[in-house]
Design a protein around this ligand. Sequence first.
Ligand code: GTP
Length: 180
Amino acid sequence: MRKDVRILLVGEPKVGKTSLIMSLVSEEFPNVVPYKVEEITIPADVTPERVPTHIVDYSEAEQTDEQLYQEISKANVICIVYAVNNRKSLEKVTSHWIPLINERTDKDSRVPLILVGNKSDLVEQSSMETVLHIMNKYTEIETCVECSAKTLKNISELFYYAQKAVLHPTGPLYCPERKQ
Ligand code: GTP
């Protein structure tokens, strides 16, 4: 049994990484957010899988590449966040973030990735079609989820999937958008 789970959020600036963490913790959307929140530890008894869970934010504005690489190597699961209303931020998932993470992690013990499309409150159309193509190409992506820090849609699910990716890594593909 694992002692704890360390979740790192990365992605382009302004996609809502800090807002996602703050929305999870306070159960409401923060109107004002800092660039980065300090590491948060959620005690075992309030997590779905009963394992202490650390959530780590990243901000390009406040951290060096070296600090980012260190966090990548310490993480048990990495959420790559994009904004569903920002195509560029999704393109960067494959052009920048996945290669960068793969370079920094051991090929044999690759860290599971979760693709997180935030700001789903701002669009009618889902990005799932593009995302499923990406998932077919990169086996290290464990699952994907569209969510909104603003409406709290799929926020607790996101962190549950992240825990699950570490504790039960070969779980079946689950995309909430495709369930209906
Ligand atoms: P960096 O610190 O630059 O890396 O940004 P970040 O990815 O941490 O994003 P942050 O949480 O600072 O959010 C950026 C902006 O997007 C803020 O103005 C948030 O209020 C807004 N935002 C975040 N999540 C949502 C969301 O789900 N819906 C909407 N409509 N706006 C959001």
